[in-house]
Every structure is written in C-alpha cells, then in structure tokens.
Design a protein around this ligand. Structure first.
Ligand SMILES: Cc1cc2nc3c(=O)[nH]c(=O)nc-3n(C[C@H](O)[C@H](O)[C@H](O)COP(=O)(O)O)c2cc1C
Length: 207
C-alpha cells in the first residue's frame, strides 16, 4: 500500500522534518543499539532552562518486563496499534530545581518536550519513526515504573521502523492513510499584537 505522509508544503524543509509523522503501523524489527543510543544522545544535547536537563527516559523492549509494564497501562485505543513497535519509551521530567529543591522548575515539561523533539529528529535521520502518546494511566504507570516523588511521567513514545498500513485493523487503517492537517501560519505567527498575522507571511506569498 503506497502512501506519502510527508508534510504537504511548498517550502523546502529539512528532510527529517519533512518526512516525520506519527505512524501506527510499525515493523517489529529490532532497533540497533547504536542507533538507540544516538537518539538519547541527541536528547541529552537538547537545551534546557538553567541547563537543568530534567528529562529521564525508561526504555522497554518488546518482550521484556519494562515493555510489559508500560504497554499494560496504555489506553485500549493505543494498545491496538502500539503492540507492533519494538521499543516503548516512558518520558519523565524532574519537577523541581536541583540547586534550589524547594523551587518548582516551571520549564520542566517544556524541556522534556524539547528533548523528545531532538530525539525524534535524530531517530528520523536514522530511518526511525516515533509516535508519542499521552493516552495511558499516569498514576498506575508511575507506580509500576517506580517513578519517585518529584518526578512526573508525561508521555510514552512508540519507536520503530515503519510497518505496513494493512497490518492495522480497518478503523486504524483509515486513519493511517488519511491526510495530515495543519492550521495556516497566519493563525500562529503574529507581529505587533497577538492575533495580528505577521506581514512577512503575505509578502512571502506574493513573491
Ligand atoms: C503530547 C502528545 C500526546 C499524544 N497522545 C497520543 C495518543 O495518546 N494516541 C495517539 O494515537 N496519538 C497521540 N499523539 C500523536 C498526535 O495525535 C500526532 O502527533 C498529531 O495528530 C499530528 O500528527 P503527526 O505527528 O503525524 O504530524 C500525541 C502527540 C503528542 C505530542
């Protein structure tokens, strides 16, 4: 089954950005450990507020105990497709500052997301795909993984090589083949005041 889920854009984006998307059909092929390590190395070099580096990752390989712990706490809707991914990553962030433990790190979630973005793009450069999820029982999964107080589990990511859409049940197959949609830039890039579309967008269009 042929499909192109790359970003539909006239702009020439970097290939890892252009071709990234979140598949549901994964190939069960294992991810070589050097590629896996490189993904986390990319996350490690992500920027963070005060260089706090609040991100922590718990990695499960399909068939091992960690994977089962993570998988068992996903919502049913996510279990339907995430079972084929060879790796699941639980992403956790540290909520308070290391130097001033009584102070909340208000950038903790932001920094976790940014580290995941770095990980995702490095994965894409190595031919892998990532599908992030927030559909799981946070409280139970934090308990199952022994996430300590002061840390928060925020997403689970399925990682692997792309599989065949036809391996999915019919309902998910339709979603897998459907077009990716985005709001126009005018809705999100402003100048002057919030809500005023940036003039350079019009100028660029007119060219
Ligand atoms: C924080 C976060 C939580 C998400 N949770 C889920 C989820 O529980 N289940 C799911 O199928 N997709 C989930 N997604 C994937 C988004 O639906 C997907 O990224 C979005 O529709 C855009 O599609 P694209 O990544 O293919 O461009 C999540 C993505 C993010 C960033």
């Amino acid at each position: 089954m042929n499909m192109d889920k790359s970003a539909r854009t006239n702009q020439v984006l970097h290939p890892v950005l252009h071709h990234r998307w979140s598949p549901r059909a994964f190939d069960s092929r294992a991810i070589p450990t050097d590629i896996l390590e490189r993904m986390f190395e990319a996350a490690r070099w992500s920027p963070s507020s005060s260089n706090e580096q609040p991100w922590r990752f718990i990695v499960g390989f399909n068939g091992d105990e960690t994977h089962a712990r993570i998988f068992d706490h996903l919502t049913e809707a996510n279990r339907l497709w995430a079972s084929s991914a060879p790796v699941l990553i639980a992403a956790v962030t540290k909520l308070n500052r290391t130097k001033y433990p009584e102070r909340e790190n208000t950038a903790a979630l932001y920094d976790l997301g940014q580290s995941l973005a770095h990980l995702t793009f490095q994965a894409a450069a190595d031919g892998l795909f990532i599908h992030q999820m927030s559909g799981f029982n946070t409280y139970e999964l934090e308990k199952a993984l022994g996430v300590p107080d002061g840390y928060k589990l925020f997403t689970v990511s399925a990682v692997g090589y792309k599989g065949k859409p036809e391996q999915l049940p019919p309902k998910l197959l339709i979603r897998e083949l459907s077009e990716r949609v985005r709001q126009p830039l005018e809705n999100m890039v402003f100048t002057g005041m919030f809500g005023q579309a940036a003039a350079f967008l019009q100028e660029a269009k007119a060219k």
